[in-house]
Ligand binder design. Structure first.
Ligand SMILES: Cc1cc2nc3c(=O)[nH]c(=O)nc-3n(C[C@H](O)[C@H](O)[C@H](O)COP(=O)(O)OP(=O)(O)OC[C@H]3O[C@@H](n4cnc5c(N)ncnc54)[C@H](O)[C@@H]3O)c2cc1C
Length: 400
């Protein structure tokens, strides 16, 4: 007989994953008086220090503020009224406020996560870091359970529902029987080499650039930290990219004829990310509901992943509140359809931005000239710019 200690508990909603989706869901449920337990595989520092998204749609900012976790975001977030598109050595501005009546806010995902973890601790509700061997049970039979090991103990959580907020590589989606869902997927033949640089941003707004040598993006995380990306091969080795080569390439791809270029500074962090579009349909199975990257991922060009994750959990929290307050199941039944409609629109936009701004390996001059013509048309048409602006600032959570 095993002498491992066991712990059993019961909650209303068991949440797997303490990324933006899981933490925000836990908080929204708390505000609705619904109990939850959050189970996270990594330790707290790892979860906080992962540098990823940074562009928040106005709808995401509103959710954070209305949920009482937006004070620091309002103080420190950098509000942007537009972006630049650069091609043929010129920068062109797309004015979101004029075209779509909204703005975006640059605030690092790690700051969002930090604020949400602090809010979770303040509620006193459970959040387990370093949960090992997380496993699900019973969600198809109306008796959902989450099992994991932590502190040399075997834990078992009995719950009414499981929220699978454990990202693309998590355990929840693969726990759904393969005949109950389908994946729609596209891999892109390039990736992004991203750096964080210890230097003040030289532009107040993001700059997306299509250059003969490939795509580059100028972005920022704070008034003293710049975030930059270069199109590269999906399996690019960082060994081939000493700091000087990265800067030379960034300056070549981003610098414009008016003399603008990113400020050069010490590189704090570098990484390579592949690019993929992925959607799981439906986003639920029995009493398991997927949210965020567990259900869909997008190429980062459209800055949609984090925003979609937050939109999903807003819809899920409302559906769960309707269940507990009024015993209504209709919102749970429509959860997947509602979220997928938004997710596919975001996929379309992210795919379009990615295709317009990246050079396909082996792509010829015809492709490049066609892409330049598309950008040229975009900048000459208020209708085309409005379409980009509307999608970039984010569709309303309540869909039209
Ligand atoms: C380089 C890069 C740049 C990006 N830029 C943007 C951007 O500008 N704007 C934007 O909106 N989005 C962007 N994204 C996407 C964005 O980061 C994700 O969409 C977002 O993190 C999704 O949140 P999530 O909570 O669904 O998933 P995650 O953040 O992946 O969180 C999932 C959590 O579950 C945990 N977990 C995994 N497996 C298990 C398990 N078995 N048991 C328990 N826990 C588990 C993970 O450790 C993690 O903490 C970017 C992504 C990358 C990689």
């Amino acid at each position: 007989m095993s002498d491992t200690a066991h712990s059993s508990m019961r909650t209303q909603v068991g949440i797997v994953g303490a990324g933006p989706a899981g933490l925000m869901l836990g908080h929204l449920l708390h505000l609705a008086g619904i109990d939850s337990v959050i189970v996270e595989k990594h330790n707290r520092e790892h979860v906080i220090e992962r540098v990823r998204a940074g562009v928040l749609e106005q709808g995401t900012v509103d959710v954070m503020v209305n949920a009482g976790v937006g004070d620091r975001l309002l103080r420190e977030g950098m509000r942007h009224g537009g972006i630049y598109l650069a091609f043929l050595g010129q920068r062109h501005r797309i004015d979101f406020e004029d075209l779509a009546g909204a703005s975006i806010t640059v605030y690092g995902q790690n700051e969002v996560v930090k604020d949400l973890i602090a809010a979770r601790y303040a509620t006193g509700r459970p959040l387990y870091f370093e949960a090992r061997d997380v496993r699900l049970s019973g969600f198809e039979d109306g008796q959902p359970g989450i099992h994991f090991r932590s502190d040399e103990k075997e834990h078992e959580i009995a719950c009414d529902f499981i929220a699978g907020c454990d990202g693309f590589h998590g355990v929840c989606r693969p726990s759904m029987p393969s005949e109950k869902w389908r994946a729609y997927e596209r891999e892109y033949p390039f990736g992004w080499l991203g750096i964080l640089a210890n230097v003040a941003p030289s532009s107040g707004e993001l700059v997306y650039s299509l250059h003969q040598r490939g795509f580059a993006l100028f972005s920022m995380r704070s008034p003293s930290v710049t975030r930059l990306y270069l199109q590269c091969a999906p399996d690019e080795s960082l060994d081939a990219w000493p700091d000087d080569r990265i800067w030379d390439e960034l300056l070549a791809r981003l610098g414009t004829a008016d003399g603008w270029r990113p400020n050069r500074g010490g590189i704090l962090q570098k990484n390579v990310t592949g690019m993929r579009s992925f959607v799981a349909e439906p986003m639920c199975c029995g009493r398991l509901f997927l949210a965020g990257d567990a259900a869909h991922i997008l190429p980062p060009t459209g800055a949609k992943g984090l925003n979609l994750a937050i939109a999903d959990v807003v819809i899920l929290s409302r559906a769960l509140a309707a269940f507990y307050q009024d015993r209504r199941e209709d919102l749970l039944d429509s959860y997947s359809v509602l979220c997928l409609r938004r997710a596919w629109r975001a996929q379309r936009f992210s795919w379009w931005m990615t295709s317009m701004l990246h050079r396909a390996p082996g792509g010829d001059e015809f492709d490049y000239r066609r892409q330049i013509a598309e950008l040229d048309y975009l900048m000459s048409s208020r209708a085309a710019m409005t379409s980009l602006a509307e999608n970039y600032v984010g569709l309303p959570t309540e869909q039209r």
